[in-house]
Design a protein around this ligand. Structure first.
Ligand SMILES: *Cc1c(COP(=O)(O)O)cnc(C)c1O
Length: 408
C-alpha cells in the first residue's frame, strides 16, 4: 500500500490566488464586465530585453549546427555566466564572491525550498510574518513543522512580525533559531533593510552559528544607495548566509526561468556530533545529483543581462515599474491611504482603512471600482489589515486604476 507524505496534509490549502480568481470571476459575471484591472499577482508584464532575445536567438541557431550543438552543460551552470555574475553583481560591489560559489538554476522559488535538502530536520526556523509563502510551505512539506494552528500559523516555526509598529523591521528573536529566512527588498511589504539593520542579523547568526537564507529577488529595484543589494556587503556574511538571486523580476525572466544561488565556500554547518561540515560540497552534490542544469539558450539570455545593452534595457524596465510604483504611492496618498513600500520595491503595501479586514478591502475595491489586489492576510497573520498592490502593469492600467480609486 502506497503511503503518502502526510506532511502535505498539514498544508493549509493554497487558497489565496484561487480565492481571488473565484471572487473576480463572480464579480465579472454578475456585473457582465471585463473592465477589471489586476494589480494582484507578482508577475512582470513588459516584454524581454532585446539584448536577451538576440542572445537567445543566436544560441538557438548555434544549437542547430553540428559545430554549435550543446548537450548537457555543467549542473552548476556555465563558467562564462558564473564569471559575469561574480564580476558584475558582487566584485563590483566589494563582495568577494567567486564564480564557483555561484550555482545557476531555473528559479529562486525552487532553490529556496530545495536548499532544505542539505539542512537537518531538527533546525529551528524563523520567517517573517507576512512572508513569501514558499518558505513556510516547503518547511511544512519536509516535516519541519508541527500542525497548523487555528489562525493558520504552524507549530514549531518562529514568526517575526513585520508591521507598522516596528517599521516593518523584523526583530531579532530572543530565542536561538538555527535558520532565518530574510527577503529584502521585501515581498509583500516593499520594506528594505539598511546595512546597519542587516548587520544585526549577521552578528546574530555568527554568534548563534545560525544560517541566514537571504532572498534578494528584488535587489534591482533598490533606488537608495545606502541599501545593500547583497547580504555579502555585510562583513561576516560569507560565514553565515546563502543568497538567492533571480533574473525573473529584473530582466522579466519569469517565463524564461533563470536564477542563481550563492553558497560561499567558507560556510559551515554542523553534524549531530558537532563536527564542522562545509555546506558548499553538499549543495554541489545535491545539484549534481538532482539537477541537470539550465538550458544553454537561457543561460546565454541571462549572460546578455550583463552586456552594456542588456544593463541599459534592464535599467529601463526597472525605471518603468518604479515610476508606476511612484504614481501609485502618490495617488493613493492623495486618496487618503496610508501606504508603505514602493520606493525600493515594486510593491505598495496599503494600510486598510476603517478597520476593514484585508478581504473586506479586497471586495470593496473590486465591487466599487473593479481593481484587484492581494489581501495582506494571505501572506500571514500579521498581514491582516494590509493590502498589496503590484507595480507590474502597463502605465495606462496603473493610471486608470489610481483614477478609479481616487474617485471612490
Ligand atoms: C518572484 C520572487 C522570486 C523569484 O522566483 P523565481 O522562481 O526565480 O521566478 C523569489 N523570491 C520572491 C520573494 C519572489 O517574489
Amino acid at each position: 500500500m502506497v503511503q503518502v507524505n502526510e506532511n502535505y496534509l498539514k498544508l493549509k490549502a493554497g487558497y489565496l490566488f484561487p480565492e481571488i480568481a473565484k471572487r473576480v470571476k463572480k464579480y465579472s459575471q454578475s456585473n457582465q464586465t471585463s473592465n477589471i484591472i489586476k494589480l494582484g499577482i507578482g508577475d512582470v508584464t513588459e516584454p524581454l530585453p532585446k539584448a536577451c532575445i538576440d542572445a537567445m536567438g543566436k544560441a538557438l541557431n548555434e544549437m542547430g549546427t553540428s559545430e554549435g550543438f550543446m548537450g548537457y552543460g555543467p549542473e552548476q551552470g556555465y563558467s562564462w555566466l558564473r564569471e559575469k555574475i561574480s564580476e558584475h553583481d558582487f566584485i563590483s560591489r566589494g563582495c568577494e564572491i567567486l564564480p564557483e560559489e555561484i550555482f545557476i538554476s531555473d528559479g529562486s522559488k525552487c532553490d529556496s525550498s530545495n536548499i532544505l535538502d542539505i539542512l537537518g530536520k531538527d533546525n529551528s526556523i524563523a520567517v517573517t510574518d507576512p512572508v513569501y509563502p514558499v518558505y513556510v510551505d516547503s518547511n511544512v512539506m519536509t516535516g519541519r513543522t508541527g500542525n497548523a494552528n487555528e489562525n493558520g500559523t504552524y507549530q514549531g516555526l518562529t514568526y517575526l512580525a513585520i508591521n507598522e509598529e516596528n517599521d516593518f523591521l523584523p526583530e531579532i528573536p530572543k530565542n536561538k533559531v538555527d535558520i532565518v529566512y530574510l527577503c529584502f527588498p521585501n515581498n509583500p511589504t516593499g520594506a528594505t533593510l539598511t546595512k546597519e539593520d542587516l548587520k544585526k542579523w549577521v552578528d546574530y547568526a555568527l554568534q548563534n552559528k545560525s544560517l541566514i537564507l537571504f532572498d534578494a529577488a528584488y535587489e534591482a529595484f533598490i533606488q537608495d544607495n545606502h541599501i545593500p543589494h547583497s547580504i555579502y556587503e555585510i562583513e561576516g556574511a560569507k560565514d553565515c548566509a546563502i543568497e538567492f538571486r533571480s533574473f525573473s523580476k529584473n530582466a522579466g525572466f519569469t517565463g524564461v526561468r533563470c536564477a542563481y544561488t550563492v553558497v560561499p565556500k567558507k560556510l559551515l554547518g554542523f553534524s549531530s556530533k558537532n563536527e564542522e561540515i562545509d555546506l558548499w560540497p553538499l549543495w554541489n552534490r545535491r545539484q549534481s545529483t538532482k539537477f541537470n542544469g539550465v538550458s544553454y539558450i537561457v543561460q546565454k539570455g541571462a549572460e546578455a543581462v550583463y552586456s552594456q545593452e542588456g544593463k541599459k534595457e534592464v535599467r529601463g524596465l526597472i525605471n518603468f515599474y518604479m515610476e508606476n510604483a511612484k504614481i501609485m504611492k502618490n495617488k493613493l496618498q492623495i486618496a487618503g491611504y496610508k501606504v508603505y513600500g514602493g520606493e525600493n520595491a515594486p510593491y505598495i503595501w496599503i494600510k486598510v482603512p476603517n478597520k476593514m479586514t484585508s478581504w473586506d478591502f479586497f471586495d470593496f475595491l473590486l465591487q466599487k471600482v473593479g481593481v484587484v489586489g492581494t489581501p495582506g492576510s494571505g501572506f500571514g497573520l500579521s498581514g491582516e489589515g494590509y493590502f498589496r498592490l503590484s507595480a507590474f502593469n502597463s502605465r495606462a492600467n496603473v493610471i486608470d486604476a489610481m483614477e478609479r480609486i481616487i474617485n471612490i
